[in-house]
Design a protein around this ligand. Sequence first.
Ligand SMILES: Nc1ncnc2c1ncn2[C@@H]1O[C@H](COP(=O)(O)OP(=O)(O)OP(=O)(O)O)[C@@H](O)[C@H]1O
Ligand SMILES: [Mg+2]
Length: 291
Amino acid sequence: MSTKSAAQWLVGHNRFEQEKTDSSDKKNFGRAKTISITSGKGGVGKTSVTIKLAKLLADKGFKTLVIDCDYNLSNTAIKLGLPLTDNFYSLITAKKTFDECLVKHRGFYLLSGCNGSIDLFNESDGMEKFIIDILVSHEREFDYILLDSPAGIGKENLTINAYSDHRFVVVTPDRSSLTDSYSLMKILTTKYGVSENHLIVNKISSKKQYHRIIKTLGETVDKFLCSRLKVLGGLENQDISVDIFDRHLLDEENSALHRNFVKVVEMFSEENVGILPTISDHGQEVQLNVC
Ligand SMILES: Nc1ncnc2c1ncn2[C@@H]1O[C@H](COP(=O)(O)OP(=O)(O)OP(=O)(O)O)[C@@H](O)[C@H]1O
Ligand SMILES: [Mg+2]
């Protein structure tokens, strides 16, 4: 079987894609859009992207939940300056209800993970099923559920990525980030039948660099994977100290970075309107290899 036909076969037999097809009508009637913010390599900006997008969506009036899927190395609460809790562990052991475990902050809801909990570590087999159960049980209570994923190609992470309606793959100009995210998309496509991903390029230092990245990665996906890559935009590298970045990210609404994020959200909201075959300066959508 050729690579292309094998992938097509998998798409046709993939239960996640099948479920989504079957439930596409249902989705229009009050089911949250689930988005995994994911990457092959760590430290590329997934958590930063997740909390900024959550705030922008909340500001637009959407009821938005963030789940920290890096559930025992949780960073979301830290970035938001919230106290660390054992809520995730309390939820899996049914010591607290889902509602008791949520924190509302900056207009959105957060289910924070734990930080090096031994108890959670001992119980963590099959955690992807637990997270998917949360999605299934609560998808009608939110407009958007953002999943701040751990980096890498662990099966747990890939299963959650594949289950999500959308995957925002975050890359940086670093070559290893591009290679690792390509590997992530390759496995998602060939083993899980995922046929579409979105791309966000973070920490860019010039437009030229950004265009080179989307062209190179786009052409590689186009040539070797039977999947579609939709470019949501680029986020400028901020030359500020790391300790003030998080505050700048959420509070500074007069920055290039904020405008970059607004365009990403607009691009995603408008994407069903039409697919442009060309690459423009911003808000571009590159349709690549619709198999
Ligand atoms: N556009 C940017 N400009 C400058 N620094 C950034 C930018 N985006 C993120 N950072 C910084 O990069 C670092 C990693 O960001 P973040 O924690 O969001 O990445 P991550 O992908 O979630 O990491 P991990 O894989 O460990 O979960 C942080 O110090 C953050 O402040
Ligand atoms: Mg993170």
